[in-house]
Design a protein around this ligand. Structure first.
Ligand SMILES: [Fe+2]
Length: 131
């Protein structure tokens, strides 16, 4: 699978949001290394918690402030991500699955998220937040 790298074409026109998106790109890139141990996994989950808390909050505030017309659908996607993250954290903390399996699932989900959300749904609000 080819590695994904952030490029200018993915910009949503807001430097802070772009920076948060770049951090998710590099997190996904690190997940390419399949031999993550428990402490690397726990750092990954901490970063994802931070991503959800800070980034979704900033993005949602921005979209509300500009009366984005597709806000509800966008918030639903964020909620789905939050729910998915809680399930993934539970499976990590319960030890039910090996770390390389959880890491593989994380990688697959985040890559899909990046393609379907950041490169698509987030691009859709670009003209709203920059007008
Ligand atoms: Fe978003």
């Amino acid at each position: 699978m080819s590695r994904l790298q952030w490029c200018e074409g993915y910009s949503v026109g807001n430097a802070a949001i772009d920076q948060q998106h770049k951090e998710l790109f590099s997190l996904i890139d690190r997940l390419e290394d399949k031999d993550m141990d428990a402490s690397a996994m726990s750092v990954t989950f901490q970063k994802l918690d931070y991503y959800v808390r800070e980034h979704f909050r900033d993005e949602e505030e921005l979209l509300k402030a500009c009366n984005y017309d597709d806000l509800e659908a966008h918030l639903r996607q964020h909620d789905e991500f939050r729910a998915w993250l809680e399930t993934a954290k539970l499976s990590f903390s319960s030890g039910a699955e090996e770390n390389h399996v959880i890491g593989g699932n994380l990688h697959g989900f985040l890559r899909e998220w990046l393609l379907s959300h950041i490169l698509s749904a987030d691009q859709a609000y670009k003209t709203w937040i920059t007008k």
